[in-house]
Design a protein around this ligand. Sequence first.
Ligand code: ADP
Ligand code: MG
Length: 244
Amino acid sequence: MSNAVIRTEFLCKSFGKLDVLKDISTEIYQGEVVAILGPSGSGKSTFLRCLNLLERPTRGRVYFNEYDITMPKANISKIRQRLVMVFQHFNLFPHMTVLQNVTYAPIKVKGIDKQEAKTKGLELLTKVGLAEKADVYPAKLSGGQKQRVAIARALAMEPEMILFDEPTSALDPEMVKDVLDVMKGLAQTGITMAIVTHEMGFAREVANRILFLDRGYLAEDATPSEFFQNPHCDRAKQFLEKML
Ligand code: ADP
Ligand code: MG
């Protein structure tokens, strides 16, 4: 039995005539922290969104724990409980308090007891350093705080894997570190993570693997030390010259 949490086979995605992902075949294994790098427009977000079917692949397959989630009869909402996404713009519910944001899905979707969800939610908020904000509305938070709430909300589902799409790109520079520190802590817990990011230092230090996308192709699949010291393709070399 393979221990791939995610496996893609010839994953293709087109929007009309625009071919965005081209035959991506790869696996992400349990406990891996995979950084997905590449120029803007190379298909990173689309790739991530195909993994939990926020985008439907045009061709090819996506397996989650070896279960083909691209089959028409696959239960997508169930899969998304275990394969959650953290977005660049947080996507918090504005009309709910911080704690309600964190407990909403466990109560509504997973049917967890309210009190239990609350206790767990407060624990998670403590973990991300925001227990004192439990009763505040998102509008009162800084970007970095919002993103930490979004991470607590994702964790409240007790997911098997978390997908992060540029979680720090919308933040003021002084907020970035707090969020990266939370993610670094998470990475050490052994949860499987795939992170689209432009934070090269973070990718190098925290990821165990780098996937580099170039115009919809998976152009490199390497360890961070290989990728940063000796990238194979010219596009990756150019990319790194710009980023570092
Ligand atoms: P990245 O995250 O690497 O910047 P994206 O995956 O967001 O790249 O986008 C890759 C390409 O697909 C871009 O040319 C983008 O304009 C296009 N694209 C993404 N989403 C859509 C969509 N829903 N409809 C049409 N084109 C899209
Ligand atoms: Mg993107």
